[in-house]
Ligand binder design. Sequence first.
Ligand SMILES: Nc1ncnc2c1ncn2[C@@H]1O[C@H](COP(=O)(O)OP(=O)(O)OP(=O)(O)O)[C@@H](O)[C@H]1O
Length: 746
Amino acid sequence: MSIEQLNKQARGSQHAVKKAKSKMVRERLDAEDLQWKPVQMPSFAGMDGGGGMMMLEELDGVDVTWEEDLAGRKIARFVSAGEPSRKGKEKEHEASQGSEQAVAAPVESDQSKKSKKRARKSTKEDEADGALPSFAALDTTELDDMDEAFEEHTPSFDDALMPAWRDIDLNAALKRGLLGLGFNNPTEIQKRSLPLALSGRDIVGVAETGSGKTLAYSLPILSHLLNTPKSSETPRPLTALILCPTRELALQVVQHLFEITKLAAPTTSGPPRISVGSVVGGLSAQKQKRIVERGCDILVATPGRLWDLIQADNSLGAGVVGLKYLVIDEADRMIENGHFAELENIVRLIERGSKYVGEDDADPVFQNLAHQDPPRDDLQTFIFSATLSKDLQHNLKKRHRAVPKKSGKRPSALEDLVERLDFRDPEPFVVDLSPEGGVVASLRESMIECLTSEKDLYLYYFLLRYPGRTLVFVGSIDGIRRLTPLFEMLQMPVYPLHSQLQQKQRLKNLDRFKSSSNGTLIATDVAARGLDIPHVDHVVHFNLPRTADAYIHRSGRTARAQNPGFALQLCAPEEKGMQRALMRSLDREHEVPEMPIESGFLPKLKERVTLARDIEKAQHEVKKETHDRNWLQEAADDLGVDIDPELLSEQDDPDLPFHRMKKSKATHKGSKRDVGSLKAELKHLLSQPLIARGVSARYPTSGSKVIVDDLIKSTGHTMMLGAKTTKAHDEDLVTRKKSSLNKRKR
Ligand SMILES: Nc1ncnc2c1ncn2[C@@H]1O[C@H](COP(=O)(O)OP(=O)(O)OP(=O)(O)O)[C@@H](O)[C@H]1O
């Protein structure tokens, strides 16, 4: 062979290699053959807070492209992006050796790799759409390694570091986690309930808001999971189900669990030692379905979405039947939420005996489960709330829990549910620490009596006068829709929260509120229960709640974990009767004291509020007018008729809706000003200082109220000249005699 021929051959080979490489770039790869690496997760031990576990693995040198199948569906495919995969390497090798060379034998041949492959195969489809590889991909040796690593990582705990926890027999890792969180002492409900829960008892815990009930029921579950070697079952069997009334509360419970597990059982590599999944309405059902299919140790759920998933996936129902722990958090609220049917169904799944799986049971879920293993005898049930009626607690204690039917009185939905709960414990242990008067001792309560039409003004006054994080409870979604733009116009940082907002928006607003030290969350009772937002300074009851329980839960969003807090009621004359009834049912002997008002500020504030309302109204009318106009045009289009342009220019028929709107807008309060000029006027008002009566801004050393000292010492209010910087909680509240209540008029 000549040198030229050799060179040509070499060039040919290089070309073949290049061609193979370029072909490789587009080469479709099998998810099974890729070099998956576990993702290091510094901050998460098994959950993403937004709805699931994170048992992620990652890949280098692989891209995902979308291909269309015959039906026109988009399918994700893995393709090599440069670094060759094993198959790619083989092809490269083949090309460099010449086309006649045999393909190299597969590199992986040992048994453990095969079993790993088999386990991964079951999740191949999910991998293809970019979802998470299964926990079951680990074989038993790897599980043992994980347990060993965990044991090594968590030697025994020196109780001298936290003597207050000494007598509570928790896994050492959890004690370390508690130490890390700075929870050096158990709270009262934890001290009382944990030893019993850890010894296998069923618990009904009633304790004030913010008293650490979440850990009271979570620690026994976590301790059990840490004490038990990991099972190699596929998918990971469900150990505990925590049912919560609202989505936000469920996600918050996940976050609580995450905070403790990331310290107790940090995940350095591979899947988490404890995995927590969440299924709640409003977030992607598909994603949550996959989470459930993969299995997790603890599932935190709202009943509605959970039941939907159980109906769609038989194995989830079987998982629930096999539970070791069932927790019902805020059971009373769950019933109020209209989730009774779903909750009842879930509870029926865990009931012993086969009475619910009779052949005549219409629900296919129960029929499908008829031949599954029966529920566990050692199931533990925990019910926790800040408000559970004494009657109910009493009934719970009874062996058969038959609710005594008071003459002609039907049992409440909650009593009904509790009656159905199949406690394994002959006498569930009731820990009742509900405080006197219903609310926490560190909470100060107050009220402002005013007309309904003045509530906006007094709320504005309060928010300006007492900066801080404030949660305002409003009786209706419409009320929130009115207040939010009004206060936005007044340049206040307000965020709405109600059930008609999209879930993502709800979570976003909650986050914005949490991260703003002077924000205001305007919410319905969707935010009343369980939400543990750090450092809420004030709760304002813009409309009074209808029940004492709702009052306790709403007010309990402040003054949490023994911090001070303040609750204000804005009480209109027509609410007075209701307020008295509320206070009576809380066994209050004294009237709620009144909030002192620096009335000198009110006229200026009123001007602003009135103008903002006018703008709101005018904007609303313009919107409505456009809507009416569009409606008229659309109706005409549908009928195939032309509209007289004069009609649209509002000249003629005064009965046309848009005509009326225009007219009312133009003559509104006798003013012809448009929205733009109203806004300019408000902007001007907002730029003006607010000065208390008797204060001279120009001459701080004179006037009937001298403010020079405040200016020098910076003790004066920054927005309201002449007011102090006192916190609402430290104000001298005014207690009036009972008899004067009815006579008083503002
Ligand atoms: N032992 C402890 N020491 C200090 N803080 C704790 C302890 N246990 C829990 N906490 C903290 O106290 C706060 C309130 O706890 P949690 O949300 O569990 O209260 P809760 O009793 O469930 O309230 P609610 O009835 O309003 O739902 C949380 O921020 C939690 O982290």
